[in-house]
Design a protein around this ligand. Structure first.
Ligand code: AMP
Length: 427
């Protein structure tokens, strides 16, 4: 399959050549003809699958071929969960559209920065808007934009849009776009809420589910190191130094941890920075640019801040704090091992998080050997077993050897597994 077989216009093919793409990725091969034909698309798209071009190229093709409506128009709207993803997609769209004879106006809008320049830039409207939902609604409330002529609506990373709590904003936006439109929905995972959203929004969609053949699956070596929680920063430092990791993305649970861990690493002489959602947009972009340019060796990030980052050649991802959900685990480790490169994903597991990690493994159908690093072996933790001890029948199959009495630790782990399982399904 070649790009020219997909019947994209010459200027778009020129852009593809300029980007150096030899052939369409599987998702592009399936989605582009469907989008060109005006169909709705329901795509399960993993990070790094080439999904941006899968919608941007055919939507640009259709926009360039159609007449602009009069007045303040928005013709194609892409909704994304984060500002970084918005910026990345905006850049990609501009790049793919740069050889079109009549330039298409592409705007990126997101929160956390002053709204005025965005209102000014919108002016009479735009052909393509890439937006985070909250800021888009603010602009609508300021009468800066109307969605009444949106012909194509794209929801990118729909699972994250919902996971980040944008359900209400999406409902409001859906009421403002025309009922007759083309809708494209991309998501890495399809939990029930995303399935429901897809069913509600899509009309007779073409389903694109590209299962990567084994040899094309990302080459990510997954490791789990058991360590006591208070020693994680030291272990991280030790690993960075002994392995000589050139660039590491470290995931932590909170904004506080991003700064705390970055600070400790800096004091140990490493070039480390924090990346979290409360930094100004300028600071986030600067940290990211420095990381890309290898001026920063370790980036400590929360899930929200790191979502959608496309960092070329990222050799290592570390789960300092485990992700909340099994799906987040997949998202996080997908930051490495891209474009055919080898990647390493390391998870720190303590006695407290052991059960949660088992759950992540189980849901993702993984079995990852637990390792100990010399000098960082975890100490046995005496847990308040009596308070947690579950009924034997309900005990999951983790830990415990048949015919032997279960250790306190095993019982603690089981109890944790149960409480974690309850929490995760409820959330
Ligand atoms: P995405 O999944 O859209 O974030 O794209 C992941 C990466 O793949 C980006 O760096 C794209 O520039 C790149 N890419 C997209 N399509 C192709 C293609 N057909 N061939 C090679 N690389 C591609």
């Amino acid at each position: 399959m070649t790009f020219s077989a997909l019947k994209l216009s010459v200027p778009l093919l020129q852009a593809v050549v300029e980007k150096g793409y030899a052939a369409p990725t599987p998702i592009q091969a399936e989605a582009i003809p469907a989008v060109l034909a005006g169909r709705d698309v329901w795509a399960s798209a993993q990070t790094g699958s080439g999904k941006t071009a899968a919608f941007a190229l055919p939507v640009l093709h259709r926009l360039a071929a159609a007449k602009r409506p009069p007045g303040r128009y928005v013709r194609a709207l892409v909704l994304v969960p984060t500002r970084e993803l918005a910026v990345q997609i905006g850049e990609a769209i501009r790049r793919y559209g740069r050889f079109l004879p009549e330039p298409l106006k592409t705007l990126v809008v997101y929160g956390g920065v002053s709204i005025n320049p965005q209102m000014m830039a919108l002016g009479g409207g735009a052909d393509f808007i890439v937006a985070t939902p909250g800021r888009l609604l603010d602009l609508i409330d300021h009468n800066a934009v109307s969605l009444s002529s949106v012909a194509t609506l794209v929801l990118d990373e729909a699972d994250r849009l919902l996971a980040l709590g944008f359900a209400e904003e999406l409902t409001r936006i859906m009421k403002l776009v025309p009922a007759r439109r083309q809708t494209l929905l991309f998501s890495a995972t399809f939990p029930p809420a995303v399935e429901a959203l897809a069913r509600e929004l899509l009309r007779d969609p073409v389903r694109v589910e590209v299962i990567a053949p084994v040899e094309e699956q990302p080459d990510i070596e997954q490791r789990a190191i058991e360590v006591d929680a208070p020693r994680r920063t030291q272990l991280l430092r030790h690993l960075i130094q002994t392995h000589g990791w050139s660039r590491v993305l470290v995931f932590v649970a909170t904004k506080y941890h991003t700064e705390h861990v970055a600070d400790k690493l800096r004091r140990a002489g490493l070039k480390a920075e924090a990346l979290h959602g409360e930094l100004s947009q300028g600071a986030r972009m600067a940290a990211l640019a420095d990381f890309k340019a290898s001026k920063i060796q370790v980036l400590i990030a929360t899930d929200v801040a790191a979502r959608g980052l496309d960092i070329v050649s990222l050799p290592v991802v570390v789960n300092y704090d485990l992700p909340r959900s099994p799906a987040d685990y997949t998202h996080r480790i997908g930051r490495t091992g891209r474009a055919g490169e080898h990647g390493v994903a390391v998870s720190f597991v303590s006695a407290e998080t052991h059960a949660h990690f088992c759950l992540i493994e189980k849901r993702n159908k993984l079995t990852i050997t637990r390792e100990h690093v010399a000098g960082f072996e975890p100490e046995m933790i005496e847990a308040p077993v009596a308070a947690f001890a579950p009924a034997p029948a309900a005990a999951p199959a983790t830990g415990g050897v048949k015919g032997k009495r279960k250790s306190k630790k095993d019982r603690f782990r089981e109890a944790m597994a149960q409480s974690e399982a309850g929490e995760t399904t409820a959330g």
